[in-house]
Design a protein around this ligand. Structure first.
Ligand code: PLP
Length: 428
């Protein structure tokens, strides 16, 4: 993979893609895909210590309750603003009952890849329903969104192609591009002028523009109509990762295509995840009939992996019913967004501009972000501190994620706690 664009990025804000970029002549490596430089067993301890000293050592917490606005961890209940369960469906009785019924019918495991014997009637029905839901010809169900992106890009773009990536794209789009062997062009976040210039000068026979629709750590939305116009003009695929738009955007939650009223185009390859607003797990790719058939025939992460348990497909079917029907869930999120944005005005930290459930409060320093997370936790509130390499250096943030299952009292509690913390000395 050659690199055209990394040298034009400001080093401090390009970490997600380029921290490991070396010289002009060496291939581009994504810091998330390939640790660089390579690590021997002997220096692992030192490198782990380095992470700790930079405030970058992560730890997992063990959750002892179902998903919801309140999570129990370490025996203690915390008001959570962590989850991508935007519509509050992860513990919904209709989904639980769909899983129970499916268990009776199909048991637990799917037993094989979809190409062998793992494609059940539950999977088949879900694919038909998903395609109709997002208004595309056909859909293919995947076990995870990460896997779907690793499948789509290499299946459609090869070594002679070019993938154009927004600088803030999710790691799995970057990894998919990396795996494809195509040239990778990274354009500045949402910068359509630069993207057009680069598309215009590109001589590859096969091009793809790949983007998050709702950016996972920023909450802003890609200009899909403009992207489609550019892809039409320069004959490129448009790969849309709607992980954070599916279920949340669109009148009936159909996602970002409906949000912008985008007309049908056979060059759109749409990826939606089912573990966020849909409250379950998995993902799907939707697009033109021949695109989906090509993925089915050639996409290795699809062909060579066990299909997900049928009970999850059944749960998604139940979830889609609720997503389409219960508009109040999306309206509730909108009300909570307004309340939060109004409530934090005047604080020393700014929310990024975002109209979606992802509301990032920019703190800057890694250590201060972690300290704020800890101080919120003392007050019974759990908001994750997101640091590099997930976000660019110097933009550590509290990623506040709102859900239809939050109440306005929950949001008021968060605002009050932030106001108290704003009066404390965070530099100690
Ligand atoms: C934009 C985006 N795409 C893809 C994924 C991966 O989806 P999954 O969690 O289903 O692997 C995520 C997960 O956080 C995401 O934020």
């Amino acid at each position: 993979m050659k690199h055209h664009s990394f040298d034009q990025l400001e080093p401090d804000i390009s970490v997600r893609l380029s921290e490991s970029v070396q010289s002009q002549s060496s291939p581009v490596k994504t810091n998330l895909a390939v640790p660089s430089p390579s690590t021997t067993a002997l220096d692992l301890d030192q490198r782990l210590l380095d992470l700790k000293q930079q405030g970058l050592r992560r730890r997992r917490r063990v959750v002892e309750s179902p998903q919801g606005p309140r999570l129990i961890t370490n025996g203690r209940e915390l008001l959570s603003f962590c989850s991508n369960d935007y519509l509050g469906l992860a513990n919904h009785p209709a989904l639980i009952s769909a899983v129970r019924n499916s268990l009776e019918q199909y048991g637990v495991g799917s037993g094989a890849s979809a190409m062998i014997s793992g494609h059940t009637a539950a999977h088949a029905a879900l694919e038909t329903r998903l395609a109709g839901f997002v208004g595309l010809e056909r859909a293919l169900h995947f076990s995870t969104g990460y896997m779907a992106n690793m499948a789509i890009i290499p299946a459609l773009v090869g070594k002679d192609g070019t993938v154009f990536c927004d600088r803030l794209n999710h790691a799995c789009i970057v990894d998919g591009a990396w795996l494809s062997g195509a040239e990778l062009e990274v354009y500045p976040h949402l910068d359509m002028v630069t993207l057009e210039k680069r598309l215009a000068r590109c001589t590859s026979p096969n091009k793809m523009v790949a983007t998050d629709t709702v950016f996972s750590m920023d909450g802003d939305i890609a200009p899909i109509p403009k992207l489609l116009e550019l892809c039409e003009r320069y004959n490129a695929w448009l790969m849309l990762d709607d992980a954070h738009g599916f279920g949340v955007l669109g009148d009936r939650g159909q996602g970002s295509l409906a949000h912008f009223n985008v007309p049908y185009s056979s060059r759109i390859v749409y990826m939606g995840t089912l573990g966020k607003a849909a409250g379950v797990s998995g993902a799907f790719v939707a697009g033109a009939e021949n695109v989906i058939e090509w993925l089915l025939q050639t996409a290795k992460p699809y062909v060579f992996s066990t299909s997900c348990p049928p009970m999850l497909a059944a749960a998604v079917m139940a979830s889609l019913e609720i997503i389409g029907r219960e508009k109040w869930r999306r309206e509730r999120i909108r009300e909570l967004i307004l309340q939060l944005r109004e409530g934090v005005t005047g604080l020393p930290w700014q929310l990024l501009h975002s109209d979606t459930a992802i509301q990032p409060l920019i703190v800057g320093d890694n250590h201060i972000a972690v300290r704020m997370m800890q101080m919120l936790e003392v007050r019974g509130i759990w908001v994750p501190a997101i640091r590099p390499p997930t976000v660019p250096k110097g933009t550590a943030r509290l990623r506040i994620s709102l859900s239809a299952s939050h109440t306005s009292n929950d949001v008021a509690q968060l605002i009050d706690a932030l106001r108290v913390i704003a009066r404390m000395d965070l530099d100690e």
